[in-house]
Design a protein around this ligand. Structure first.
Ligand code: KG4
Ligand code: ZN
Length: 396
């Protein structure tokens, strides 16, 4: 089965084209291209929605062309079709619609069995670009369209191992996912296939958002996670001690929820006080602050993760999302398993797919396609972008 997938929920425009050998459940990447807008958003210290939408609309057709060329699925051919199939799609970006019409008139239909697209959660304006692009292509080439939840995509990214071909992970139920990204901090229990229950969530900032905001306070670039992690590691390796102690919010609460805005505010006050007293904050002070921040965040994450493991008798954990790339968090989760003698298996995706990407959408999409084909799940007749889409027990 060949799947083309599209992801545009935040600031990455990504398209993947994969082949899945259904007999062996092995996926092969035919092409996977992601264009990040991170540099453009750096000046705002976060993602600016209008710019994100504009960039998706500008990049998506060229990326599609590149994917077809790279995978060998690009064959020139003069084709004619009624343009209104595309231009009549409500709210479609007119520039993108025209570019796609012009391009599709020059190529032969590629061998694609299903098109999968992220329909939420994320920035709604950004999501619409991918959804409308996918809808247009599905109409012109008459290929079924399957929507995918971005968070489910992150969970399915754990199969990716850095190789071109890789076996699809077989989940054992119930399993637990820790989804940590710039937009989410969630503990998700999957009692069965297609059933999700959010058992823990952040009450305020997402963990990645806290990394980004703290980075901004000490003049590090966006995205802040890798930048903070890099200097925190130096401080740790040098055995430096921090000049500040940060809170571990909600670490002892009886629930599985998180809160990161308190740590962020504590960093802000500490930095302001330091600058007031000494006129500046030194590079060494930034390093130890970054280390203490990463320690504080990790302490809370590890505590809540294993509280959930205990409460729900979990044997398998998937950790995914942009923040799952964090070395220290990965290490501490693994150390906790060894130190406390847990029999739990933990899976992290290859670092190439911790951030937003279309490959994970194709993988979750493949699972959904199989569930639709076997009658366990319904494919909606219309697909809408939904910025606040949630994983739920009713995901059938
Ligand atoms: O999953 P993702 O690419 O986009 C969202 O759906 O949010 O996650 C991006 C987030 C950013 O906040 C970024 O700072 C964070 O992931 N991040 C990290 C690391 N790499 C990326 N946070 C901590 N440590 C990292 N190594
Ligand atoms: Zn994401």
């Amino acid at each position: 089965m060949k799947i083309l997938s599209i992801e545009s929920s935040c600031d990455d425009t990504s398209i993947a084209y994969i082949h899945v050998d259904e007999a062996t459940e092995t996926a092969t990447i035919l092409s996977h291209i992601t264009s990040s807008q991170a540099d453009l958003h750096t000046q705002y210290g976060g993602v600016f929605p209008m710019i994100a939408k504009r960039e998706h609309a500008k990049n998506i057709v060229p990326i599609f062309k590149q994917v077809l060329i790279e995978s060998g699925a690009y064959t020139e051919k003069t084709v004619s079709f009624d343009e209104s199939i595309i231009t009549s799609i409500p709210m479609i970006d007119t520039g993108m619609a025209q570019e796609l019409c012009d391009f599709l008139k020059t190529i032969d239909k590629a061998e694609i069995d299903y098109i999968c697209v992220t329909h939420g959660p994320g920035l709604e304006m950004s999501l619409w670009v991918g959804v409308n692009f996918a809808m247009a292509l599905s109409r012109v080439w008459d290929i079924p369209l399957v929507p995918v939840n971005h968070m489910e995509g992150h969970i399915y990214s754990i199969s990716v191992n850095g190789e071109k071909s890789f076996p699809l992970h077989t989940f054992t139920y119930p399993y637990l996912s820790l989804l940590i990204s710039g937009g989410h901090t969630q503990l998700v229990l999957a009692p069965n296939k297609n059933e999700y229950k959010i058992i823990g969530n952040t009450k305020d900032d997402a963990v990645g958002e806290a990394f980004d905001k703290v980075a901004r306070m000490i003049d590090l670039p966006y995205p802040g996670g890798p930048a903070i992690s890099k200097i925190a590691r130096i401080a740790r390796e040098k055995g430096m001690t921090s000049w500040v102690t940060l809170p571990r919010p909600m670490i002892h609460t009886g629930d599985l929820d998180f809160s990161f805005s308190g740590i962020k505010t504590a960093v802000l006050y500490a930095v302001e006080k330091k600058v007031k007293e000494s006129g500046t904050i030194t590079e060494d002070e930034k390093m130890t602050l970054a280390m203490e921040f990463e320690n504080a965040v990790t302490d809370v994450i590890v505590k809540k993760l294993f509280k959930a493991v205990d409460e729900y008798h979990i044997e398998e954990i998937a950790v995914a999302g942009g923040v799952a790339a964090n070395n220290y968090i990965q290490e501490q989760i693994k150390n906790h398993i060894t130190k406390e003698g847990y029999g739990v298996r933990v899976y992290f995706p290859d670092r190439s797919v911790t951030g937003d990407n279309a490959l994970m959408i194709a993988l979750a999409g493949y699972k959904n396609i199989k569930e639709i084909l076997s009658g366990n799940k319904k494919n909606p007749s219309t697909i809408k972008a939904n910025g606040s889409l949630r994983l739920s027990l009713g995901d059938k």
